[in-house]
Design a protein. Structure first.
Lengths: 454, 454
């Protein structure tokens, strides 16, 4: 009996285990559910021990524990896969609009409805069950396996980065797989192969030492709120590209092949209009909307403040004005280089009548997995076998901090192998997961290990 | 005995009346002092009746009363002077740093220290005592007199404008005198002959219908915070003048004579640096600092807001961003014309990727009294006789709403005839008024009436 046969033969029992996992309300943000979060961690650890993983531990952090387990029996000449997921969930109460109690998994039309079904218990549990199938009856998985399942993803993973950094030897692997995302439709698998990085800063333009009366001094003082707008307005060229010298220097250009591939799933202008309601598209000339949001860097003004902004009016000439600025970065841009370029440019265009202070707030590099890398080729084959269809490739405009942590601390590619659907309702009422996709996900995880070992 | 002789002969008694007036804590903003405010109104009305004014009334308003009194015995062929002042005062407690109880007038080195001594009981009472001197012993003032003394100046005169508008016939006059300001030094009288007007508006730049995630949409949407800066940055030319077409069209140019006169009291660059602490002066080329703040119009950004502005960072792409914009206006600019010009220009430079909404908040015209007008010439002669020195002429960069009310509703010139010193400490601790200036003020008020009648 192959691992695949095991899955199909035991799918009823596997689903019942999945439903049991869904019944524990491991809401990480709610202190009153801290015990439930602990309970799920131990439930998972028990299951991981039962199926034959080694070194299974529930590792305490400052808040919710991390569950770790491994199987290294494939030998050091075989690849090691680090599987990351999370067992905590978003809050949910029936009165939010659920048709069933959110922690009473209910099957309707082939979907299981429950909080965490898609995000992320179902997706991470598919990998655990793939390991069980490969280990069943004395089986030996073709690759080494390491599981890292955290309980704080929905509260921003406050303790994961430090854990990864402190345990790089234990977590050493050749590839990381994260299944915590969706695909466009149930029969079209998709791989996100690029995430944008982020650089955040604050700009403060200083003028007079204190707020002045605009009647007494207006006309003789360069109003910092005005000067701020004059500086920010120079950060983009009028046609929409970014005017900071050198900003695009390190950007890897899109290949013709990539552009064709991205076009398959990219947001159309009609969708963009429906989703944004903005008057007209904007952005860097020469790129389609989905390229501007996924494959090209940006510079955004995320906040503006200065002077008086309550109801009514105050004729203040403010002492200073602020802006929050962020750049979304793409490979191979470096957040520190970009921060320096933006800072230098701001200083160079600041007139002598005011002063500019730039405070760097944070930065994380972009992520890009080479579509020709062996791990990516293995993921493609796994989807082809699990779904019967070649996956499409997508770039995601946002950032996923854990991906950056894994890349930075472990130096390995991260494959974002989603088993859910974009409209599974993660974070909303009636979150659901298609049971057929749960089963296909288990098979795909096995296929991935098999393809990776070849 | 002339009116002037009467003043000098009775100065001790007049000072004692002034001190009695200072003892009543008519703090208009404090509900617990509402009775004191009433008491001062009646105290003043009683004094005005006693000295021979007619139609003396304490006129209730929604909060604190207005005191009115008149003497029209000079005849309809003689000018009528409307004297405006206020009997209410700012709050004061000894613990703010007073050397004496603020409502226990105390004389030191020829100054009386008490709240309201300069602002404005002393200055307005000088006019009342001038009227007493002219009316004493069956005397007949050379002009008709109308007194309008309010009790709400320190809380923004919420009821005065409506009163003036509703009583234009009763208040009809040829000139209005306001003594509620200071002169540079005790021996240098000064007349403010111009006040800037004001136009206030709010600009809202709209982009997407709701706040978006800058990771998902950044690069494809014209960020309204960015677009706002791009619009505002175009409102000034880089060298400091205002770029709104037609903005300067109606501005009366400064004559060479005015420039020479203004230069005598204008803020020097050294004073400007000390007062503002700003890195470098800014403004319209070709004009000195004091001309930029007094004689030229401005366009100021008084507030900016948009997106996220708390601590930390939120990668929001905001649905809209706001600015509060005001223009200080000079003769003969019209607030409605300026509002339309600024609005039209903003709409004309708004790109098609966002929309601009402009909300007009308010407007008041500038004030400029012709230095050659008979009333102004009378004021000059009055100061020359009262102080023995020709007054200097100043332009004030701010606006005084009551001046606008008198100009607009009554159509008469307003002479700002200050008897105080700029450093009398109005609104602060140890407010004081030089008793010599109180006496000179009474004489100057009489001289003004005499000069006006000639």
């Amino acid at each position: 009996m192959t691992a695949h046969d095991f899955v199909d033969a035991h799918i009823e029992a596997i689903q019942q285990q999945f439903f049991a996992l869904l019944r524990i309300p491991s809401i990480s943000t709610a202190p009153e559910h801290a015990g439930d979060v602990q309970q799920v961690a131990h439930w998972l650890a028990d299951d991981m021990r039962r199926i034959g993983l080694h070194q299974v531990e529930v590792i305490p952090t400052a808040r919710h524990p991390i569950v770790y387990g491994e199987w290294l029996g494939a030998g050091s000449d075989k690849p090691t896969v680090l599987i990351y997921g999370h067992y905590d969930v978003q809050p949910a109460v029936k009165s939010d609009g659920w048709l069933n109690e959110p922690f009473d998994p209910t099957v309707r039309d082939g979907f299981v409805y429950a909080r965490g079904s898609s995000d992320d218990k179902g997706q991470v549990f598919a990998h655990v069950k793939a390991a069980e199938a490969m280990l069943a009856n004395g089986g030996r998985p073709p690759v080494n396996l390491k599981f890292l399942i955290e309980g704080e993803e929905e509260i921003g993973s406050p303790n994961l980065g430090a854990f990864v950094k402190a345990n790089t030897e234990q977590l050493k692997a050749d590839v990381c797989v994260i299944s915590d995302s969706g695909m466009p439709t149930a029969d079209q698998p998709a791989i996100v192969y690029a995430l944008r990085g982020l650089m955040t800063m604050e700009l403060i333009v200083h003028g007079p030492q204190v707020d002045l009366h605009s009647g007494s001094y207006g006309g003789s003082v360069h109003n910092p709120a005005q000067a701020l707008t004059e500086i920010i307005a120079q950060l983009h060229h009028p046609e929409g590209s970014i005017a900071v010298p050198g900003f695009y220097d390190d950007v890897l250009p899109l290949s013709d092949q990539e552009r064709v591939e991205l076009h398959k799933t990219g947001m159309s202008e009609a969708e963009w209009r429906k989703n944004t309601g903005a008057p007209q598209p904007y952005g860097e000339p020469g790129y389609a909307i989905h390229e501007r949001t996924g494959a090209r860097p940006t510079l955004e003004i995320n906040g503006l403040a200065g002077g008086y902004f309550d109801t009514g009016f105050k004729t203040v000439l403010p002492a200073k004005a602020w802006a929050k600025i962020s750049c979304r970065l793409v490979a191979n841009q470096n957040p520190e280089v970009i921060a320096r370029q933006v800072t230098d440019f701001i200083h160079s265009i600041t007139p002598s009548t005011v002063t500019s202070e730039v405070r760097l707030l944070g930065g994380s590099p972009p992520a890009l997995v080479d579509l020709n890398a062996p791990a990516m080729q293995a993921a493609i084959r796994a989807y082809e076998r699990g779904w019967g269809k070649r996956p499409v490739f997508m770039r995601e405009g946002g950032s996923i901090p854990v991906v950056v942590d894994f890349q930075k601390e472990l130096g390995i590619p991260v494959i974002l192998m989603g088993f859910g659907l974009n409209n599974d309702g993660a974070h909303g009422p009636n979150e659901h997961f298609k049971l057929e996709m749960f089963q296909k996900g288990i098979h795909t995880s096995i296929h991935f290990c098999e393809a990776l070992a070849q």
